[in-house]
Design a protein around this ligand. Structure first.
Ligand code: ARG
Length: 449
């Protein structure tokens, strides 16, 4: 493509080192769409005849179909998807193909392709996030009233329900969707026409091109448009955070599925055995999900590091944006799919959850609240209940079986009534609290959304 200036051919190692076709081939459909829009703008500007435009369009569509069917032969000598397609087009249709690159550079071309790719992939990821939310909502609905200890420091704290616990993850995933939509909105701007860095002396109708590619607007600084990879960093951050959320969910499920907790059981189809220990049933999907979060963070770090020292505008370092991007997108899509399936097939062990939640210590805070309602200042109430808990341990009598009236005059005979899980949950009615009515209302809200 640049043979005019050079006397020597590119060294084999340089070709091998610099090629991107082995991974950027997957941008082909966006490259074809961008080229057709660009050619149509050339037609509008009378730079192409109708025949030339038709030959370009038909040629590009033919190439696209061949790539789709795996029949197209890529050449590493042609470096990337942009040159592979253009060279083949010119081979097939001659001069019209050689006109296509007028008023365009691979720099605005690659920025256009990548934005289109991200835009489409975000839509697909949003759908997968919704499927996972649905799987969580289905389990939350079945177990809206199944009581479960809520933990802080992984120590039993206060009673919640399985539904409330699972809805916490629906909240996280909903924020993830918001971030992705926001990123999608910001990246939906057409860089085509920015040229190599300074536009072109040949003015094509940038708005026409943007309209055809369904971009909301056109970029307003040619240098920024060429150098900008913010949208990749943003997307990789949003995906890294999805990974963080799924990893926390995995950790909860790994604990829940252990014999020590026993709150849930995964289907055989979503677990694996051990090659040595015949009894094992391992939550590998959760563990791999937790593990893959590392590469999502790594990919974000890679793009942030790649852009940090770059002078304006295009530098070849930017070619390093694609593999982390593709990897995070592939990783998150498969992770979301397998988790949705696993969660749908998972069994919540209601008795184990309720047995764990029947620990009277979960209601120690409620006992303090009982004293507060009798006029005891909270700090004193906290201390009085703390004494009762210490007493329960030293006498080896469960807190709810202790004669509290003997511990302090502040306790009346009705103090025992505090130790009722159902009333304790029913009392938690504030917005965001886990009473069953709230949980059911939240499930309805999310279903509608
Ligand atoms: N393969 C290149 C990339 O992915 C395309 C742009 C090349 N531009 C250039 N000036 N060498 O970034």
């Amino acid at each position: 493509m640049w043979k005019g200036r050079f006397q020597e051919a590119t060294a084999d190692l340089v070709e091998q080192f610099g090629e991107s076709i082995s991974f950027d081939w997957r941008l082909y459909s966006y490259d074809v769409a961008g080229s057709i829009a660009h050619a149509r703008a050339q037609l509008t500007a009378d730079l192409l005849t109708d025949e030339e435009f038709s030959a370009i369009e038909a040629g590009l569509k033919e190439i696209e179909k061949e790539i789709e069917e795996g029949k197209f032969e890529f050449s590493t000598a042609l470096e990337d998807i942009h040159m592979n397609i253009e060279a083949e087009l010119t081979k097939r249709i001659g001069d019209a193909g050689a006109k296509l690159h007028t008023a365009r550079s691979r720099n605005d071309q690659v920025a256009t392709d990548t934005r289109l790719y991200c835009r489409t992939e975000i839509d697909l990821i949003l759908e997968l996030l919704e499927s996972l939310e649905t799987a969580l909502l289905d389990q939350a609905e079945s177990h809206a009233a199944t009581v479960l200890p809520g933990y802080t420091h992984l120590q039993r704290g206060q009673p919640v329900t399985v539904g409330h616990h699972l809805l916490a993850y629906v909240e996280m995933l909903a924020r993830d969707k918001g971030r992705l939509l926001d990123c999608q909105k910001r990246l939906n701007v057409s860089p085509l026409g920015s040229g190599a860095l300074a536009g072109s002396t040949i003015n094509l109708d940038r708005q026409q091109i943007a309209n055809e590619l369904e971009f909301a607007s056109v970029t307003t600084n040619s240098m920024d448009a060429i150098a900008d990879r913010d949208y990749i960093a943003e997307l990789l951050f949003a995906l890294a955070l999805v990974g963080a959320h799924l990893s926390r969910l995995s950790e909860d499920f790994i604990l829940w599925s252990s014999s020590e907790f026993g709150y849930c059981t995964f289907s055989d189809a979503h677990t694996t055995g051990s090659s040595l220990m015949p009894q094992k049933k391992n939550p590998d999907v959760c563990e791999i999900t937790r593990g893959k979060t590392g590469r999502l963070y790594g990919n974000l770090t890679a793009i942030l590091t790649a852009i940090k020292g770059l002078p304006l505008t295009y530098n070849r370092d930017l070619q390093e944006d694609k593999e982390p991007l593709f990897d995070s997108i592939d990783t998150i899509k498969l992770t979301l799919k397998v988790n949705a399936e696993m969660i749908s097939a998972m069994t919540i062990n209601t008795e184990r959850c309720e047995a764990a939640a029947s620990d009277p210590l979960l209601l120690a805070t409620d006992l303090a609240d009982y004293l507060v309602k009798k006029g005891v200042p909270f700090r004193q109430a906290h201390e009085l209940v703390g004494k009762a808990v210490a007493e329960s341990f030293s006498q080896n009598i469960p807190l709810d079986k202790l004669d509290l009236t003997k511990i302090d005059a502040a306790y009346d005979a009705d103090a025992k009534a505090v130790f009722n899980l159902e009333t304790a949950l029913r009392a938690r009615t504030n917005p965001g609290a886990p009473c069953v009515d709230n949980v059911r209302a939240e499930i309805q809200k999310w279903r509608k959304a």
